[in-house]
Write a protein that binds this ligand. Structure first.
Ligand code: 4AD
Ligand code: MG
Length: 437
């Protein structure tokens, strides 16, 4: 409850149910209106829910009644009235109006209840956000992010913010966004990982959470140009430790969304029985076994290659929970992966693939410990040694085994909310052909 301009308390629609019998004020936007001549039914939303407002001609002043008759979709209103229990209504209440103030009358709102094409909706993304489905998605995104932070904090990890302007590449040089930095060149961060490795040697357990930028020339349903990633880094941790941490995080995240976002999951029509099955431990598949499984399934796949989206789907469709694919060839991974002591062609890496074809949501691994091997990998990847001198210091001074991962918010949200395209997973998604609004 917040302060109101009148003696009537301003409540959010979600809270109205706690005020049955009382007079309250609600501030919101009109979604639709109908009238029986003598009675007006105005549906109002305020971001917390929607409520049917009912007014007879004699309930309002003449001017207010007239104004109510001209209300259009997305007009802004302040309404006051008595909260009445009504089990037929969403939220279990309706509002019997005693006052209606039109704050702003909206002419010809472009998004109507009829079907619109995706391009039209994306061009009007600033308005599309007001639709119930988009609101539900944004609330679930916020819940997922809150869970990430709460979970890491509870696990004893300290939040350390990584820079956005960086002088060096972390995830390869092919998708860097270059920008001018006074006399120098800088890149927009692809990942905060290298900085987290430094911070982990200071604080032991750290994570960063921020935007990542990749000039990916791929127009797929899971690639964004700008996405948000949480990246924990853990000193002394092995690949095994970090996989277990990922497992706990995913179980906690799905559990909390199921617990707190029931209504939103209903709005997006998510089959929640699939989410209820997300309990650890998740299956683990060694790269060599994954290759064998793909071949047995009739897919053409050469040992040593990276998995494409159809390969990932083939593997993950066999299970109800996320799966961990481990020990990828070093050649298909970034320069910083620790070699597998059992087979040095492989790396101590792990990708987490979400079920139902949602693909990779986490990339993780144990980090390279040997300075000389690290230098060799930097050369092999065509990276300049000079840009990594500071990073190599982490191997010179008190180097210890350490591991970490990066989890993408949008991909995780797509899976949990059952979205079939990543464009709905961010308020203003940046994609290959989309920079506006
Ligand atoms: O696998 P990636 O590239 O790993 C890293 O960046 C590591 N440095 C992370 C670390 O170990 N600290 O990216 C990690 C995750 C992916 O699994 C995916 O969820 C997300 O980030 N991601 C993207 N999401 C949307 N659009 C893109 N273009 C993405 N690229 C990666
Ligand atoms: Mg990856």
């Amino acid at each position: 409850m917040a302060e109101s301009t009148s003696a009537t308390p301003w409540v959010r629609i979600r809270e109205a149910v706690d005020h049955v019998g009382a007079t309250v004020e609600i501030r919101g936007w009109v979604t639709h209106r109908r009238s029986s001549g003598k009675v007006q039914f105005v549906m109002v939303r305020d971001g917390s829910g929607q409520i049917q407002c009912v007014a007879g001609k004699k309930d309002l002043s003449e001017a207010q009644w007239e104004a109510s008759e001209s209300l259009t979709q997305e007009s802004a209103v302040i309404v006051r009235g008595t909260v009445k229990a009504d089990t037929r209504q969403v939220g279990g209440v309706e509002l019997g109006l005693s006052s209606l103030e039109v704050v702003s009358l909206a002419p010809d709102y472009p998004i109507t209840p009829k079907e619109h094409g995706v391009d039209f909706l994306m061009d009007h993304r600033h308005l599309w956000l007001r639709s119930p489905r988009q609101q539900a998605i944004l609330r679930m995104r916020a819940e997922i992010i809150a869970t990430f932070r709460d979970f890491m904090h509870a696990e004893g990890f300290t939040l350390v913010d990584a820079p956005i302007f960086t002088p060096n590449a972390c995830e390869g040089t092919t998708n860097l966004f270059e920008t001018q930095y006074f006399e120098d060149k800088a890149y927009l961060s692809q990942s905060g990982q290298l900085y987290m490795e430094a911070a982990a040697m200071a604080l032991g357990r750290v994570y960063c959470f921020g935007p990542a930028f990749r000039a990916e020339k791929s127009k797929t349903r899971r690639h964004l140009i700008e996405f948000w990633m949480m990246e924990p880094e853990w000193a002394w941790a092995t690949l095994e430790d970090i996989i277990r941490l990922e497992e706990r995080l995913l179980v906690a995240t799905v559990g909390r969304v199921l617990d707190r976002c029931r209504e939103d999951l209903k709005i997006v029509e998510r089959d929640t029985t699939k989410l209820e099955r997300v309990k650890g431990p998740f299956p683990r598949i060694h790269y060599n076994d994954a290759v064998r499984m793909l071949k047995e399934a009739g897919r053409e796949f050469e040992w040593g290659g990276d998995f494409g989206a159809p390969d990932e789907t083939e593997l993950s469709n066999r299970y109800d929970t996320p799966i961990f694919v481990t020990h990828y060839p070093a050649a298909v991974k970034a320069f910083y992966m620790e070699p597998d002591p059992v087979d040095p062609r492989l790396s101590l890496s792990c990708d987490c693939l979400a079920p139902e074809g949602y693909g990779e949501i986490i990339g993780s691994g144990q980090r390279m410990s040997s300075l000389s091997m690290l230098e060799q990998r930097i050369d092999e990847h065509g990276l300049p040694q000079s840009a990594f001198e500071w990073y190599k210091d982490l191997r010179r001074y008190g180097s210890v085994p350490h591991s970490g991962f990066g989890i993408g918010v949008e991909r995780t949200l797509c899976w949990i909310a059952g979205l079939d395209h990543v464009r709905e997973s961010a308020a203003f998604a940046r994609m290959l052909y989309r920079l506006a609004p």
